[in-house]
Ligand binder design. Structure first.
Ligand code: B12
Length: 151
């Protein structure tokens, strides 16, 4: 992948009927401080709303959050909806992805099978997602950005 050629815009939202807003608010602030253009769709976002926003903003990544335990149901067919809309962005999902999250590797495998490029648990630091985004979008880290992240 050629560095600095992909969109730095990320579309972020909480999928389904989930109303947990604190996590994506923190992520929005962290991604913005790291230099990304963030389109925060908020809570209770439908699959179609993610797809429409990704197209409208030519997003490099679509980031889905889910906390309430219904992520697997909410994400069925999600990648088909994105594909139909012509979205070629990286897709991440994170949060409390299963009820109880007993076996994380099984949970990760479930969401990878649904088409997500990366799967994050609820212990994920925003910095980890930022590093993944930089890697996946072929962006280089400037000294200024590095200082912003570590401060
Ligand atoms: C506050 C809270 C609520 C509030 C939400 C208020 C609001 N508007 O946000 C209220 C009271 C409304 C609520 C309701 C419910 N809740 Co609640 N809630 C919580 C609680 C206590 C804290 C969530 C929070 O704000 N955490 C702080 C933020 C900073 O952390 P975070 O959300 O985890 O986000 C971070 C990471 O997860 C990660 N992350 C999240 N998304 C993504 C996405 C990507 C791409 C990446 C990289 C990272 C990432 O990064 C974030 C920032 O660091 C949690 C328990 C807990 N300790 O987590 C339960 C919890 C999430 N709730 C739970 C449940 C079950 C519910 C209800 C279904 C309860 C009910 N029966 O009504 C309802 C659902 C209502 C709905 N439609 O969504 C369960 C989920 C169980 C599961 N998944 O197995 C939890 C885990 C409590 C529990 N232990 O049972 N809840």
């Amino acid at each position: 992948m050629v560095p600095n050629t992909m969109s730095q815009t990320v579309v972020l939202g909480v999928i389904g009927s989930d109303a947990h807003v604190v996590g994506i608010t923190i992520l929005e602030q962290a991604f913005s401080a790291a230099g990304f253009d963030v389109v925060n769709l908020g809570v209770q976002t439908s699959q179609e709303e993610f797809a429409e926003a990704a197209v409208a903003h030519d997003a490099g990544a679509v980031l889905v959050s889910s906390l309430y335990g219904h992520a697997e149901q909410d994400c069925q067919g999600f990648h088909e909806v994105l594909e139909e809309a012509g979205v070629e962005a990286e897709t991440y999902i994170g949060g409390n992805l299963a009820v109880g999250q007993d076996d994380w590797e099984e949970t990760r495998a479930t969401f990878e099978a649904l088409g997500f490029d990366r799967v994050f648990d609820s212990e994920t630091d925003p910095e980890e997602a930022i590093a993944a985004l930089r890697d996946d979008l072929g962006l280089t880290t400037t000294d200024t950005e590095r200082a912003t992240i570590s401060s």
